[in-house]
Write a protein that binds this ligand. Structure first.
Ligand code: URA
Length: 211
């Protein structure tokens, strides 16, 4: 299976991402931008959702019109805590989506992902899943989240982030070649602490003003 990485290089997304990267961007602005970019990325990720045709009546005529084919609502799984910033924008575009949460923290020494919380909707085997986390850095937490979701045998899964490091993409696809990655940009590398360079810093801290 060929692992897929989709870089969404839409000009508006790129512009907003640059504003987010700037060290002097405020917490309020960062939060607003992440919400907006989440919405724009969701537009791209959902581009190929299957459609079915239903007969409807416009005020002037009947017609066969396209609707999303799946009977079951899509599931967005947010990796806590920074995933929440992307989730907010996605839910504005797909308000009926179901939402799951997986809490993982990175052991600062080993960078291994440790799960502390997991709450997922029922019937994942009949649903399409979108896993969201702004930063695909080492890939360890995304891999752990996808491992966990795969236990429920979902119909399909995609992974959406804002920024990815080459090391994270490689690691993720070694474990999950069947899960396509969508990202706004691929940066240069990771530093010794597992941060993306040039990146934007700690997405959770910037989103919640905790530093
Ligand atoms: N998580 C972040 O928030 N930022 C990084 O650069 C890497 C992981």
């Amino acid at each position: 299976m060929t692992a897929q990485v989709n870089v969404v290089n839409h000009s508006l997304i790129q512009h907003k991402l640059t504003l987010m990267r700037r060290a002097d961007t405020s917490t309020a602005k960062f939060r607003q931008l992440l919400r907006e970019v989440g919405m724009l990325l969701a537009y791209e990720v959902t581009r190929d959702l299957p459609l079915k045709y239903e007969e409807i009546n416009t005020p002037l005529a009947p017609m066969m019109a396209p609707m999303l084919a799946s009977d079951k609502k899509m599931v967005i799984v947010s990796i806590l805590r920074a995933g929440q910033g992307l989730l907010d924008g996605i839910l504005e575009l797909i308000p009926s989506a179901r939402v799951g949460h997986i809490g993982l923290y990175r052991d600062p020494a080993t960078h291994v992902a440790i799960e502390y919380y997991c709450k997922l909707p029922q019937d994942l085997d009949q649903r399409d899943i979108l896993v969201v986390d702004p930063m695909l850095a080492t890939g360890n937490s995304s891999i752990a989240a996808v491992d966990r979701i795969k236990e429920a045998n979902p119909m399909s899964m995609k992974f959406l982030c804002l920024l990815a490091a080459p090391e994270g993409i490689k690691n993720f696809h070694e474990h999950h070649p069947d899960v396509a990655i969508y990202t706004a940009a691929i940066d240069d590398k990771l530093d010794a602490h597992g941060y993306i360079i040039p990146g934007l810093g700690d997405a959770g801290d910037r989103l919640y003003g905790t530093k």
